[in-house]
Design a protein around this ligand. Structure first.
Ligand code: ADP
Ligand code: MG
Ligand code: MG
Length: 209
């Protein structure tokens, strides 16, 4: 249902979308972080895009693992190891359950999100990327189990990602750099949540096109 060639298309679509959202991503981390989140995301996207043809030639699980390893060595900051854990977690799960159904892909996405939670020792409601990723993983599992079409799933997950991002506005931050700022963070969106919303929209738009 998904192969390395499609994964590579998604990677390029994600890079384009992150670059197109530079101003938003940059200013969110400047407001309540240290301002480097866009640079970190851009560096990661360029490094993965640089793998290019190599990725398409690998089996999907190896391509995902290579992306994870590349992110570990290229993105600095908190987000590098977290995104790396996501791809490595997905890869491990797809080794056991091949990506031949929406349910298996949803389960792998969920495993990737769980790997981020373990690595960052964080949960929902802490004003991080997880406030986008956790609800998306939950809905993805449930929609796949209901037998919804790929198109229906993509439309709904875009909506869930946007709601997840918006939910970070009223939250206090209890993880990451913003956690020292107390009530001052209320009213601001989380930068990592914004990046995840942008990436999920980019992938879903590829599915819908
Ligand atoms: P740094 O904070 O080290 O400068 P980035 O700016 O690249 O790293 O990434 C910051 C983003 O990482 C935050 O906006 C948040 O979404 C996410 N983040 C930080 N700590 C955690 C954590 N423990 N668990 C999940 N996500 C986190
Ligand atoms: Mg930062
Ligand atoms: Mg930093």
């Amino acid at each position: 249902m998904i192969n390395s060639e499609q994964l590579t298309h998604y990677v390029f679509a994600v890079r384009t979308a992150i670059l197109a959202n530079e101003a938003d991503i940059e200013c969110l981390d400047r407001d309540i972080g240290d301002g480097d989140h866009y640079i970190n995301m851009k560096r990661g996207c360029e490094a993965i895009a640089g793998l290019g043809e190599t990725l398409t030639k690998l089996p999907l699980v190896d391509a995902l693992n290579s992306i994870g390893m590349k992110l570990l060595s290229t993105i600095g900051g908190a987000s590098g190891p977290l995104f790396a854990s996501f791809f490595i977690g997905m890869s491990k799960t797809l080794k056991v359950n091949a990506p031949d159904s929406a349910m298996h892909i949803a389960a792998a996405f969920d495993a990737g999100v769980q790997a981020i939670m373990q690595r960052g020792k964080a949960q929902a409601g802490e004003k991080t990327m997880l406030d986008v990723l956790i609800p998306v993983a939950e809905q993805f599992n449930s929609l796949a189990a209901q037998g919804k079409s790929t198109q229906e799933i993509a439309v709904i997950l875009k909506q869930v990602a946007s709601e997840g991002l918006e939910s970070t506005r009223s939250m206090l931050a209890t993880k990451g750099r913003a956690s020292g700022l107390g009530e001052r963070v209320i009213g601001h969106l989380d930068a990592g949540a914004k990046s995840c919303q942008v990436m999920i929209h980019a992938v879903c738009d590829q599915v819908l096109n």
